[in-house]
Design a protein around this ligand. Structure first.
Ligand code: PMM
Length: 290
């Protein structure tokens, strides 16, 4: 592939996020954690104040604002490239004022369509993820049988979002798409999407992938008792996946990986880069590098 994926470090300022719930739920702790991710090589810091784990209930608007705005202000003042992980137009607007340059909307504009106008007006980058319903009921919407399978259906539903995003006036070079791993998906759907990224890349936009610590990895590593591997013990599987995606084994290149442990994923990308360099050298000279 050409170039390495960017690394987006997750900064969840939430008491109940499924991957790191409650560890960074006050702004001071979140800022300290985010600075650590930056020092480990995060290209983007993704600051979110709403947990989207399966079954989660939504915070009040004021709660979400109180969580993310001070964190974004501090990180933007540091000079970091900050994205705000929100589905709310009001939060997106305040986050942009505070210095966010990317709006990461897991609902792709479905939860609050006015978010598209906010993004268009500000001229910032917009990440549109594949989404079907809020987290308290999304796992009721895991049927992809009617649309030709999960890859074709997600592609078609993302294409519809692109139409709405363009209609709101967001420029093509500001749009990023995301398959939405774990959102209204069964474990096998996530694997099919990862193998079918080419079909999504074919829509013509950069891809962001968020696999880090998700349930489908826990299911892959389930124990003999049938219990999924606990969240805190899924990191290595996610790191292996990042290396594969970076090398582009059978799938389209990914523009950005959304991860929790930035250092571990950076290491995976270093291995992938070396691997790709050697392959390129071998192809060019027929020899291996010493
Ligand atoms: N996953 C989560 C939250 N935000 N944003 C994008 N663009 N893509 C994702 O896959 C995504 C996201 C949920 O994971 P977390 O609770 O670990 O943050």
């Amino acid at each position: 592939m050409s170039g390495q994926p960017l690394v987006m470090g997750v900064v969840n300022v939430t008491p109940d996020s499924f991957s790191d719930g409650g560890r960074y739920d006050d702004p001071e702790r979140a800022i300290a954690h985010a600075r650590q991710l930056l020092a480990q090589g995060a290209d983007i810091l993704d600051v979110g104040g709403e947990s989207t784990r399966p079954g989660a209930t939504r915070p009040l608007l004021a709660e979400e604002l109180g969580r993310v705005v001070p964190v974004i202000e501090a990180l933007a003042a540091d000079g970091a490239l900050v994205s705000v992980d929100t589905m709310r137009s009001e939060v997106a607007a305040r986050a942009i004022e505070a210095g966010a340059q990317i709006v990461n909307d897991v609902s792709g504009g479905l939860a609050d369509p006015a978010i598209l106008d906010v993004v268009a007006g500000a001229g910032v980058t917009y990440v549109a993820m594949h989404w079907r319903a809020h987290s308290d009921r999304m796992q009721q919407f895991t049927s992809y049988a009617d649309g030709g399978g999960v890859v074709a259906t997600v592609r078609a539903e993302l294409a519809e979002r692109v139409d709405a995003i363009r209609a709101a006036g967001i420029a093509d070079d500001r749009i990023v798409l995301d398959p939405g791993l774990g959102f209204a998906k069964l474990p096998h759907h996530n694997w099919e999407l990862l193998r079918g990224l080419d079909a999504l890349a074919d829509l013509g936009f950069p891809l962001l992938v968020g696999a880090s610590r998700k349930t489908f990895l826990g299911r892959l590593l389930e124990g003999p008792d049938g219990e999924p591997r606990p969240v805190a013990e899924r990191e290595a599987a996610g790191v292996a996946l990042s290396a594969l995606l970076a090398v582009g084994v059978g799938a389209a290149p990914v523009w950005c990986l959304r991860v929790h442990d930035v250092r571990a994923h950076r290491d995976a990308l270093a291995v992938a880069a070396q691997w790709s360099r050697q392959n390129a050298d071998r192809a060019a000279t027929g020899k291996e590098r010493a």
